[in-house]
Design a protein around this ligand. Structure first.
Ligand SMILES: [Zn+2]
Length: 179
């Protein structure tokens, strides 16, 4: 697969805007979803940064319903579903849409670990700033505080002994080794 001639598309999430980094994309296009603007307080510094990015060519696109479903089903499998906001899901779904276009090389710009985790599971590239990139793909689960049994799903109350559970990372697959 030749990606050299593809147009680089940065799919920007809320964390990218909140970081306030001066985003300079002369070599790439920027897209985001309308949900992002709802996570920003109108009139604030972050909202101004968002307006600035729009002036610089940030496009607002709605993801397809089909891609939203793909993201929801994948995040259910990785255990990230409850960690993703509507805006997070839309950002991931938009990247899924962009990835379907052969001429585009979609990259999600985010510092959010759950977005990174689901993006990796969907085989979507990510770039981040600030935080180190995740090196393991997590699978969230929980452990019973009573009988210590581990569950792969996010269960609040243990079905065996009735005690409360605690969220844990049930497995971590090394991303670099896997590829
Ligand atoms: Zn138990």
């Amino acid at each position: 697969m030749v990606i050299k001639n593809k147009i680089k598309i940065y799919v920007i999430d809320t964390s990218a805007i909140l970081s306030g980094i001066p985003i300079n994309f002369n070599d790439a296009e920027m897209v985001t979803t309308s949900c992002i603007s709802m996570e920003l307080k109108p009139g604030g510094k972050d909202y101004r940064n968002f307006q600035y990015l729009i002036e610089k060519g940030l496009s607002i696109i709605s993801p397809s319903k089909k891609s939203i479903e793909i993201v929801i089903s994948k995040s259910n499998k990785t255990g990230d579903k409850d960690r993703l906001s509507k805006a997070d899901i839309d950002v991931l779904a938009l990247a899924v849409d962009m990835k379907l276009d052969d001429k585009k090389n979609a990259i999600i710009l985010t510092d959010d670990y759950s977005i990174q985790n689901v993006a990796d599971a969907l085989d979507i590239k990510i770039e981040n700033f600030g935080q180190p990139k995740i090196t393991k793909r997590f699978k969230w689960g929980c452990r019973c505080l009573g009988c210590r049994k581990k569950f792969h799903e996010n269960i609040k109350i243990c079905p065996i002994c009735g005690a409360a559970t605690k969220e844990i990372i049930s497995s971590g697959e090394d991303i670099k080794k896997r590829k």
